[in-house]
Design a binder for this molecule. Structure first.
Ligand code: PRX
Length: 630
């Protein structure tokens, strides 16, 4: 497939994509295997919202990820797996082998009564079987809902329940760094409160002794032995659901973002090839867990659609030491490396001694994703990892956008530290003022929206279409609203400054403050809590919790420990507050609304400039909170 190789070409493609979007995307879509060609490229209405791409078209994404490559690259490595412990054996699967495994597992799913349209929850560590499970679901037309392995049993249960999953795919247990994660035990706990689940398929990964429930739990390996590696792909409509992926919102309840088969395929492939300028036979490594959208789009679907070699890494950046990423790059001769600013900052803090032993000379392109990258981290990444030879693509996008939206094209777009730079072809960003007017021109700042659909835009929030409408399409009528604030500089370059709603990015994970508050409030002694973010050198944002206790507890240290345990149990370790302050009351307006603006300032240590507090029910509470800040 042709790709953009010069800035002039980018400008031409961009123009074409805006003037004749349907023709533009039809050309991209032509290059895939369709069982039946579409009748209509696009039908849309942002008020409803209804967005349909390639209506009437029929396909299966796995035919495009796998079957299509068998003739030309059947023996090429599709997946390289680097285990948690670098001393353990690496695994490699060729396209032929991956195809066979996916088909075999598709038969396993069918044998265990999975049907087209069923929702299947996948709760696994970063092993090749996670990719196989995803693709096998897509092969039979089941909708996968991957839940990140860091979520607690309660969060997993909520997500299983919301999607009405009847099957779960998991492992016995796994290690992340030195930490053991008891996957199957967590699922057993979740299933106590999820009666819809009839089947659990368990991949034996560590040989840990786990309990298997008769008639419900089966071993992956045993089931695979019974099945053939032939499974003709289910034919799907372009707008059939491909997957649900939960993301945090302003309310306590996570949203099940829905992506569909045709548009997602076309967009993820296009952005993968262009942004990273992938060349045949190169090794691509996206460090994100497949439990997040980055892993879905750029560890699995994007690279496989493009016939690339993708590296999956089970471990952590700091095990056995902070040189693990760099060692792995040399070991597998990685050419394109895509990671998060929080990882860059923590490895920068560990010092150059962990970088020096490695050559890093296979690297050609570097990427950043998930949060704004600060200039210091950008320069460190550029100098010490890219050796000032590798373009850095700072890619802005979201779970809801499915693929990269604003980003340099490697080597083509001139970069600026901290800037996601320019919209990709097909993407029409708009900055809005508070009154809902679009801000025209450069050197401006506003709320970031998109005014025209692209193929992998969110279609709905599972089971609650109105929530999708309210969240993304009502704030600015006729626009998709991202929830981010953004600047556009004199060159028309975009610089995303952060969220404007009650979600925070903690170590690259998007967490709803209301969801964390719900988890904290499970502690029996607490009456209520308010969570805000504060700037944190490594994590981007840290979690600051103000909590109100129902009766006096003198053992503050123990109470804080208990609160942390409560959050870990009810949401997951990544949502543990960094700071907890016990307060008598929360600052509330007369109508009972918590004044988060004040709490944010206190959490940032900006206590001399709290602004207007006169609308508070009792302005004196602010003094107490200020004095007790941690
Ligand atoms: O605030 C933006 C930030 O991450 C949010 C989306 O998070 P999530 O759905 O978890 O997807 C993360 C991976 C795509 C955005 O609303 N964000 C993402 N990428 C960037 C970013 N902020 C600044 N620069 C980026 N490159």
């Amino acid at each position: 497939m042709n790709r953009i190789t010069s800035f002039e070409q980018y400008q031409q493609e961009y123009k074409h994509s805006i003037e004749t979007p349907e023709a533009f995307w039809a050309e991209k879509a032509e290059q895939f295997t369709w069982q039946k060609k579409w009748d209509k490229v696009l039908e849309w209405n942002f008020d409803e919202p209804t967005i349909k791409w390639f209506q009437g078209g029929q396909l299966n994404i796995t035919e495009n990820c796998l079957d299509r490559h068998l003739e030309t690259r059947g023996d090429q490595t599709a997946i390289i797996w680097e285990p948690n412990n670098p001393k353990d054996e690496v695994r490699k699967l060729t396209y032929k082998e991956l195809h066979a495994e996916v088909c075999r597992f598709a038969n396993v799913l069918k044998n265990n009564n999975a049907q087209k349209g069923d929702r299947i929850c996948i709760y696994m560590p970063m092993v090749p079987e996670l990719a196989i499970a995803i693709l096998a679901c897509a092969r039979i037309g089941a909708i996968h809902s991957v839940v990140f392995g860091g979520f607690s049993y309660k969060s997993v249960a909520d997500r299983i329940h919301d999607a009405g999953c009847n099957m779960i795919i998991t492992v016995d247990s796994a290690s992340r760094g030195l930490k053991e994660v008891p996957f199957k035990n967590i699922i057993d706990d979740a299933l106590q409160i999820c009666p819809s689940v009839k089947k659990v398929i368990v991949y034996k990964h560590t040989n840990e002794n786990v309990k298997m429930v008769a008639n419900r739990d089966v071993w992956w390996q045993d089931e695979m032995k019974k099945c053939s590696s032939n499974y003709p792909a289910e034919i799907m409509d372009a707008e059939d659901m491909l997957f649900i992926l939960y993301t945090s919102g302003s309310t306590g309840k996570p949203k099940g973002v829905v992506h569909t088969c045709g548009g997602y395929m076309v967009y993820v492939d296009y952005t993968f090839r262009n942004v990273f300028q992938y060349n045949d036979k190169e090794v691509f490594w996206c460090t994100a867990d497949i439990g997040w959208i980055t892993g879905h789009s750029y560890s699995v679907y994007g690279p496989l659609l493009a016939g690339a070699t993708t590296l999956l890494f089970e471990g952590t950046p700091t095990f056995p030491d902070a040189g693990r990423f760099w060692q792995t790059i040399d070991k597998h001769q990685v050419n394109i490396f895509y990671t998060a600013p929080t990882a860059i900052r923590s490895l920068e803090a560990a010092g150059l001694d962990f970088v020096k032993p490695y050559k890093l000379d296979s690297l050609r392109v570097l990427g950043s994703v998930g949060e704004p990258i600060n200039e210091v981290a950008w320069h460190w990444y550029n100098k010490y990892i890219g050796k000032e030879k590798c373009p850095i693509v700072d890619t802005w996008w979201q779970t809801e956008t499915g693929g990269i939206m604003i980003s340099p094209i490697a080597g083509v777009t001139k970069t600026k530290p901290g800037f996601a730079t320019l919209p990709l072809p097909g993407i029409q960003p708009a900055l809005m003022d508070e009154k809902g007017n679009e801000i025209i021109g450069n050197n401006v700042e506003g709320r970031l929206c998109v005014k025209f659909p692209w193929p992998s835009i969110i279609r709905t929030t599972y089971g609650d279409h109105n929530r999708c409408k309210e969240n993304y399409f009502e704030t600015f009528k006729g626009y998709y609203f991202t929830g981010d604030a953004c600047k556009r500089d004199e060159d028309g370059y975009y610089h995303i400054t952060g969220r404007v709603d009650d979600v925070i990015k903690v170590s690259g994970h998007l967490l709803g403050t209301a969801e964390i508050e719900n988890a904290i409030d499970m502690h029996p002694d607490l009456v209520e809590s308010a969570v805000v973010g504060y700037q944190h050198n490594i994590k981007g944002y840290g979690i600051y919790a103000f909590v109100v206790c129902g009766h006096e507890r003198k053992d503050t240290d123990l109470l804080i420990k208990e609160i942390i345990e409560t959050v870990t149990k009810n949401m997951g370790a990544m949502a543990r507050p960094d700071k907890i302050q016990i307060v008598k009351v929360l600052p509330k307006t007369r109508s009972g609304k918590i004044m988060r603006r004040i709490l944010r300032k206190i959490a940032e240590g900006d206590i001399h400039n709290l602004g207007d507090t006169s609308t508070l029910l009792d302005p004196s509470v602010v003094e107490d909170i200020k004095n007790g800040a941690v």
